[in-house]
Design a protein around this ligand. Structure first.
Ligand SMILES: [Zn+2]
Length: 109
């Protein structure tokens, strides 16, 4: 058993591993990803301009960036079906210079 993913209460006998998650009335969790994009200082304008005309739920939202702090990194925390879908939230110019990491919430003791 993964210690970071304890079994859900009430999911013992009678709840086989092949049972779909929504059989208990819960939708399966949507995977979360952390996208990290880095660009050179002279590419900063092109990165932000690439969002113009690109249809994405990330447009007109806030996220963390180091562009005004001396670095040129941008991070997005997104929900997506898989890595390709996560990258699909970004214009090609940005996605081609990004890495995607599957993440999940964890409680810090
Ligand atoms: Zn920048």
């Amino acid at each position: 058993m993964d210690p970071l993913r304890p079994e859900e209460p009430g999911c013992g006998s009678g709840c086989g591993p092949d049972a779909p998650a929504d059989a208990r009335g819960h939708a399966p969790p949507v995977p979360q990803f952390l996208i990290h994009h880095r660009h050179a200082a002279n590419d900063c304008g092109a990165v932000f301009a690439s969002f113009h005309g690109f249809d994405s739920p990330l447009r007109r939202t806030s996220t963390l960036s180091s562009c005004q702090c001396g670095g040129h990194d941008i991070w997005w925390s997104v929900e997506a079906d898989d890595v390709a879908a996560a990258l699909g939230l970004l214009p090609f110019y940005v996605a081609a210079r990004a890495t995607v990491t599957r993440v999940d919430a964890v409680r810090i003791p």
